[in-house]
Design a protein around this ligand. Structure first.
Ligand SMILES: C[S@@+](CC[C@H](N)C(=O)[O-])C[C@H]1O[C@@H](n2cnc3c(N)ncnc32)[C@H](O)[C@@H]1O
Length: 273
């Protein structure tokens, strides 16, 4: 089943995404890219780009000029993307990445990136993409893969049941094969290492309090729906849990950490200079 993402949800999560991301990995990437940009501009391909959140985060942190190839199957989301500043050119590609993600690459870009995508894809899909990236010797930066941790500042008995059901739901097919879900970042890091990449992983956790109550409420709603699909006989308890958690978050009585990981892979040739 193909999952769709609405622009309002992507806009709601964008500030939390940007606050969570690892600046350290981007600094390493920027240093590694220095002197390696050939041609007129740094060429970047962003897979599952949505409205361009990854572009808005990364473009100001990387050397200009840049040329971004944004790839997504949702034309409506792509049309909302705009260059975040001077020296950044955009190319939009409406493409279904399901069949062959490597076919969406330009073939000679030094950087392939994605944000909030890898937990949706299968291991076979990821393997095909990373083989393509390794063949062309590109660096990769995959940000914000959910890692399975939903942690509350005041743990309650139902938290673990909800987390477990959500994480089982995360492994279901989202249109790109049986999803890696919480294992995405570790599987990605292991496969990159097998290709000889230098790999760096950093936590990029969302930290939510009353200031992000709207995002928290939407998130909790989504979790409860997902968990109810997995354990329908627990629906009443899970719904009550969700209402109570959303209320407590909005009142500032509780804080929430949602675990994510960023993975940077630098090709072996770059280490050799
Ligand atoms: C969680 S959203 C992340 C969007 C964006 N990277 C961000 O950080 O806001 C996942 C994105 O992957 C896209 N996507 C999902 N399945 C796809 C497929 N089969 N082909 C192309 N894009 C896909 C969705 O349309 C959506 O924009």
């Amino acid at each position: 089943m193909t999952e769709t993402f609405d622009a309002d949800w992507l806009a709601l999560r964008e500030p939390a995404d940007h606050a969570a991301r690892s600046d350290a990995l981007v600094a390493m990437l920027g240093a590694a890219l220095a002197g390696r940009v050939t041609g007129d501009a740094l060429r970047v391909t962003d897979l599952g780009s949505g409205t361009g959140s990854n572009l808005r985060y990364l473009a100001p942190r990387l050397p200009t000029p840049q040329h971004w190839r944004l790839v997504d199957h949702d034309e409506g989301l792509l049309q909302r993307a705009a260059a975040p500043g001077p020296g950044v050119a955009l190319e939009r590609r409406v493409t279904d990445l399901a069949a062959d993600p490597a076919a969406a690459l330009a073939g000679d870009e030094p950087l392939v990136t994605a944000a909030a995508l890898l937990d949706l894809v299968s291991e076979a899909w990821l393997a095909r993409l990373l083989e393509g990236c390794a063949r062309q010797g590109t660096a990769v930066l995959f940000a914000l893969s959910y890692d399975g941790r939903i942690r509350w500042s005041d743990p309650q008995p139902l938290d673990a049941e909800l987390e477990d059901a959500v994480n089982r739901h995360q492994r279901s097919d989202k249109g790109l094969g049986p999803a890696l879900g919480p294992t995405a970042a570790s599987v990605c890091a292991a496969r990159l290492e097998a290709h000889g990449h230098r790999v760096e992983t950093r936590a990029s956790d969302w930290r939510l309090d009353a200031g992000q109550a709207k995002l928290g409420a939407a998130l909790i709603d989504g979790w409860v729906d997902a968990a109810c699909e997995v354990v329908p006989d627990r629906a009443a308890a899970l719904q009550a849990w969700g209402e109570s958690r959303a209320r407590a978050l909005a009142r500032g009585e509780v804080e929430l950490v949602v675990g994510h990981q960023d993975v940077l892979g630098l090709p072996p040739a770059w280490a050799r200079g």
